[in-house]
Ligand binder design. Structure first.
Ligand SMILES: C[S@@+](CC[C@H](N)C(=O)[O-])C[C@H]1O[C@@H](n2cnc3c(N)ncnc32)[C@H](O)[C@@H]1O
Length: 284
């Protein structure tokens, strides 16, 4: 027997929309109503909820936060891949080489610190790790530390596993893939797995970019915040980028996604080229 699909009323959509905005900064336009309905339908069916309104009540009354986390997971887009927007990784290699050969670094100058600020299933931080490790392994005493954060615990679990379908290797330069991934058999499907050398450079942690304060004691040489700001409105982007600026070392870089721009917001970073910004002009 099939049960009739629940209908999403405009009033209930507004409730979900306000909740998602408050909790994640994701700004859902009017045109996203059908998409939201589609993405939540499975949860409504599986959880035996009679209506979207009943499901909404369940989410806001769940003090564990687990249902909210599932809701945000269903709403947000997690698309990513290894070496996505590959020119950023050429640029990163140049930054790492410059940093490694600089005569003078700051007090914390033996560790290059990079933040992947919406890392999804981990392909971005592993790509960063490969590029940086390849340069720094030739320079005794220098290392890289990568902080990889996301709001989604489900994505972070996948990121920590560091395992991807074999097809993912096609995007990785062959020499890096050979050095930093090994083939394993996972649930009968050929899979690649990141090796310990790059795993140990990355710390995965849940972090909501909407949190009023960033709890990081040390600054970063590079921040990757790619393909998430596109879901935020201008006011949210402005607050976020100004906070990033406060957590970048002098001369540090912010990299954003190729369909994103900071043109319409007030922020203190210097534009270098599309999607690449620098804190001040003193490159290190
Ligand atoms: C499209 S993925 C981007 C992945 C990667 N940066 C890239 O460019 O390939 C967007 C990610 O942003 C995360 N996200 C959405 N809102 C967030 C928030 N408020 N705080 C932290 N992460 C968030 C989502 O969970 C998702 O994994």
């Amino acid at each position: 027997m099939t049960t009739a699909a629940a209908e999403l009323s405009r009033k209930d959509y507004e409730l979900f929309r306000a909740l998602v905005y408050r909790e994640s900064g994701i700004s859902l336009g009017d045109e996203k109503m059908q998409l939201v309905k589609g993405r939540l339908a499975k949860r409504i069916r599986n959880g035996d909820f009679k209506s979207f309104g009943q499901y909404y009540e369940h989410v806001v009354n769940d003090t564990s936060g687990e249902e909210l986390s599932q809701l945000l997971d269903a709403i947000s887009t997690n698309t990513t891949h290894l070496f996505r927007e590959a020119n950023h990784f050429d640029f990163l290699r140049e930054i790492v080489e410059k940093w490694a050969s600089a005569k003078k670094r700051d007090a914390d100058g033996k560790t290059l610190r990079i933040w992947s600020a919406a890392c999804s299933s981990g392909e971005e931080p592993y790509s960063i790790a490969m590029v940086a490790h390849r340069v720094l392994r030739q320079v005794p005493g220098l290392s890289v530390k990568i902080l990889a954060t996301d709001i989604s615990t489900r994505m972070l679990a996948r990121a920590r596993a560091g395992r991807y379908r074999i097809e993912a290797a096609e995007k990785v330069p062959a020499d890096l893939c050979k050095t930093y991934f090994r083939q394993v058999q996972d649930a009968n499907q050929p899979t690649i797995e990141a090796v310990p050398e790059i795993r140990q450079t990355i710390t995965f942690s849940r972090f909501n970019l909407m949190d009023p304060t960033f709890p990081f004691k040390k600054g970063f040489n590079v921040i990757f915040c790619r393909n998430v700001m596109i879901y935020f409105d201008s006011a949210t982007q402005e607050t976020l980028v100004n906070k990033f600026a406060m957590h970048l070392h002098p001369g540090g870089h912010l990299l954003i996604g190729h369909s994103e721009s900071l043109n319409r917001i007030k922020q203190p970073l210097t534009y270098l080229r599309p999607t690449i910004y620098q804190n001040g002009k003193t490159a290190r």
